[in-house]
Write a protein that binds this ligand. Structure first.
Ligand code: BDR
Ligand code: CA
Length: 307
């Protein structure tokens, strides 16, 4: 059984990714840390608790950073709904948050399971950066770190054209984690777009009668309106793609290894993931394993498996 920790800012694609992780036979999710990102922490925390209400076993949820270290982008409520879950007016969760703050809980789990804990990061990297600052040995005790973030060819998805949301929302936190965590695996926005199912396919998946499909359809209604209102042929699912890489790394058909630096200067590139593709050796951080290509059919099958 693989032991995983998930850091997240639910968000509809976070929710789908969490269902994939918690429903996977060879994975146990030991804990979830929550960060403000897609929407404010009061919503992302409430939503994470709603997702663990649907888990097949109890999963502790820890509240983390409400704000980025310094400051980045506006949130993504216009995509996910102002409450992050489609303003579906869901009842409050039965589960309640643990008292221990996120960064401390992650550190504690990594001590209890040294060498065995894997981490999947689906939101801005604020909680992980704080944990690394408190305990610089944290990365050395973790087995894998899979991060959804960045746009390796500078085709971003924020109002900074070259920045992806999770990195652009808290660039300083991202710089800390990229600079300190050897062996990080990166699943970026451009791979997300390349692997995106047709919007009509997603509509059909969500129209199924299962409880999971109906629940996901309810929380995705703002996102569906955004996708269809903009006439998008494809519907991108970033966090489920990162979950697939966590669950089944062999679905990645091409990896590239290169150091990545985060652009921090105020201005048109703030939050960009700059990759040293040519090995020029100017960057100080460790190489990042960048997923460049993936088995797209396996991805779509893995998303549907939870429905
Ligand atoms: C990432 O940003 C968020 O809006 C999604 O939840 C995902 O983690 C994609 O850029
Ligand atoms: Ca997310």
């Amino acid at each position: 059984m693989e032991l995983w920790w998930v850091d997240t800012d639910p968000g509809v694609d976070d929710a789908w990714a969490l269902l994939m992780m918690m429903g996977c036979e060879h994975i146990k999710v030991l804990g979830i840390s929550v960060v403000g990102g897609n929407v404010g922490l009061e919503h992302t925390l409430a939503n994470a608790l709603r997702v663990v209400d649907r888990a097949p076993y109890p999963v502790p949820v820890h509240a983390g950073a409400a704000r980025p270290l310094i400051g980045g982008l506006p949130d993504a409520g216009f995509v996910h709904g102002s409450d992050g879950f489609g303003d579906a007016d869901l009842p409050a969760a039965v589960a309640v948050a643990e008292a221990l703050p996120a960064a401390l809980a992650l550190i504690e789990a990594s001590r209890q399971h040294a060498g065995q804990l894997n981490v999947l990061a689906l939101g801005p990297l604020t909680n992980l950066a704080l944990a690394c600052a408190l305990d610089p040995q944290l990365p050395s005790r973790c087995r894998r770190l899979v991060v959804m973030g960045g746009a390796i060819g500078a085709y971003g998805n924020t109002r900074v054209p070259s920045a992806e949301f999770n990195i652009g929302f808290d660039p300083e936190a991202a710089a800390m984690v990229f600079g300190r965590w050897p062996g990080m695996e990166l699943v970026d926005w451009e791979l997300t777009m390349a692997a995106a199912p047709l919007s009509t396919e997603v509509d059909a998946w969500l129209a199924r009668r299962s409880g999971a499909a109906q629940w996901l359809q309810g929380i995705t209604r703002s996102t569906a309106a955004f996708v269809h209102g903009n006439g998008f042929e494809r519907w991108s699912w970033a966090d489920p793609l990162a979950a697939l890489v966590a669950i089944s790394p062999s679905t990645v058909t091409e990896w590239r290894h290169a150091p990545v630096e985060i652009a921090l200067a105020q201005g048109p590139t703030r939050g960009q993931t700059v990759v040293d593709w040519h090995g020029l050796g100017e960057f100080s951080g460790p190489p990042v394993a960048i997923a460049k290509a993936i088995d797209i059919a396996a991805f779509h099958a893995a998303m549907q498996k939870v429905l």
